[in-house]
Design a protein around this ligand. Structure first.
Ligand SMILES: [Zn+2]
Length: 501
């Protein structure tokens, strides 16, 4: 039994009222106006009472009767014939304190199906109604008497039930913002609650579908932010209209939750010239076989039961380009995981990815990452070097000595790299702005396969258009392999051999 449970709040209030008649009179006056017991004690400015505990608290009417009796005996006053409890909804908190808040939060959070989490934090959103001013005016209460702010009162109620929360969720309730699970408790007009619940059910269904259909329908779940169903808000109501409505229907509790993302990082390899980086869609129908992200991401989406997932990588290669070992760094963000505390054996997942793709897509060095890895992945896109292996076709025959002569010619004296100028390639002009930029080529080597085919090894600065470096893109890249060999040149096959940070 907790410390607070040992104290009977009614007894304490009784004792206080016996000693303080002025307080008792004021309290009765407020209760007569239909305010709930929590609000009445709060408005009277006494923060000592443990009326914070909302569970099994007597109704305002019961307390009123008891206290009235006390006042009658003390002052011998006449009985008030009017029934102050006609109004069911407290005009100050609009029903918030009249409900068992803590149990409601626990029940509604449990309905969100989080099976495990390490810590949680509760934030409260209360409509800005400034309800106290009404009673201060009506009852001509002394404003110098400190009213206890509603939000402060509410926080205390919840904090006093800390143990209850921790037992229910087997988790720590922490006051910091950095808690793993964020529980946002909102009070909204009761008539909006039902509508909101039906939206939640819709989301729940689509969430389950998204896990099942990730492979078939991943465009909607990967990289695309889920459309949130908007709650309809009361239309352009004035503050007074709003208050009137609240008095009639009251406020009900609504819970929104979001768990901190889980990050997984590693390198991927791709051994096919038909697998794209991300899913391709034509008129909303997915084209071709699975993409790299579809071979990797769904495994983690399933195990952590995420709401959605984001797949990021340090650049990407074209569909017909292979990515060889050690692979390209990538990062997965699992958004709002519902089962986050999984201890997973990453080597087992590396094996699963390999088996499921028949070795076409592999992942290595898998491990948990952080949000900081995102910056590193993005920076890598600009700063890294790339090593390519490829096969080049030449329209004119060549030989070893000519190759040596050409390679020697491109390097200026005392420099181990050379610069090429590239205008935005024709093939990407429809989606990128026209730019002319310099790119460094750090190394260039050729092995003669036969007089028309060369095996090329080259290391280039990030962002070099490698196909255009070979074929010259109608003279838009210079110097190019075509220009150097003074004939037509095409890249027949390309592999990314390494990404060097
Ligand atoms: Zn109230």
């Amino acid at each position: 039994m907790s410390f607070f449970q040992k104290i009977n709040p009614i007894n304490e209030l009784n004792e206080f009222c016996e000693k303080n008649q002025e307080f008792l009179e004021k309290l009765l006056k407020i209760l007569e106006n239909g305010y709930c017991i929590g609000c009445s004690v709060r408005i009277c400015g006494n923060s000592q009472f443990l009326f914070y505990k909302t569970k099994s608290l007597p109704t305002s009417e019961e307390i009123y009767k008891e206290l009235k009796q006390k006042l009658k005996t003390a002052m011998n006053v006449e009985e008030n014939q009017t029934n102050p409890f006609k109004t069911k909804i407290c005009p100050s908190c609009f029903g918030i304190l009249q409900n068992d808040i803590v149990s409601d939060i626990i029940i509604k959070t449990k309905k969100r199906f989080y099976s495990s989490f390490k810590s949680f934090n509760i934030s409260l959103q209360i409509p800005d109604l400034k309800p106290e001013s009404k009673i201060i005016e009506e009852e001509k209460l002394d404003p110098s008497n400190q009213f206890i702010a509603f939000k402060h009162y509410l926080k205390n109620i919840i904090f006093l039930e800390k143990i209850n929360f921790e037992q229910n969720f087997n988790s720590k309730m922490v006051p910091q913002v950095k808690a793993k699970l964020e529980i946002c408790v909102k009070w909204i007009p009761s008539n909006e609650i039902e509508e909101n619940n039906s939206n939640q059910n819709l989301n729940q269904n689509s969430n389950q579908n998204s896990i099942q259909n990730l492979n078939q329908n991943s465009n909607q779940n990967l990289n695309v932010k889920r459309k949130r169903t908007r709650r309809t808000k009361p239309k352009r109501k004035t503050q007074n209209d709003y208050l009137d409505e609240m008095e009639k229907i009251g406020l009900s509790l609504d819970v929104e939750t979001k768990h901190q993302s889980i990050w997984i990082t590693g390198n991927y390899e791709k051994y096919s010239r038909r697998v794209s980086h991300s899913p391709w869609h034509f008129e909303n129908v997915k084209e071709g076989i699975n993409s790299v992200q579809e071979f990797i991401a769904p495994h983690f989406m399933q195990v952590f039961k995420g709401k959605s997932i984001k797949f990021m990588s340090s650049g990407r290669e074209d569909v017909d380009v292979r990515m060889l070992y050690p692979g390209r760094p990538f990062l997965i963000e699992i958004i709002d995981p519902h089962d986050p505390n999984q201890n997973i054996d990453f080597s087992q997942y590396e094996q699963m990815i390999k088996n499921q793709s028949d070795g076409i897509v592999c992942a290595n060095s898998l491990r948990f990452g952080t949000i900081q890895d995102q910056t590193q992945i993005k920076e890598g896109e600009e700063n890294k070097r790339k090593e390519y292996w490829g096969i080049v076709w030449l329209s004119k025959p060549t030989d070893k000595s000519k190759i040596n002569q050409i390679v020697a010619q491109v390097y200026s004296e005392k420099s181990d790299s050379f610069v090429i100028y590239q205008k935005t390639p024709v093939r990407v002009l429809h989606r990128r702005a026209i730019l002319s930029r310099e790119r460094k080529i750090f190394s260039l080597q050729f092995d003669l396969i036969n007089p028309h085919f060369l095996f090329m090894k080259t290391q280039t600065q990030a962002g070099t258009y490698i196909k255009e470096f070979v074929n010259s893109d109608f003279g838009r890249t210079s110097p190019s392999i075509a220009e150097l060999f003074q004939c037509k040149a095409e890249l027949v096959q390309l592999d990314v051999k390494n990404i060097i940070f």
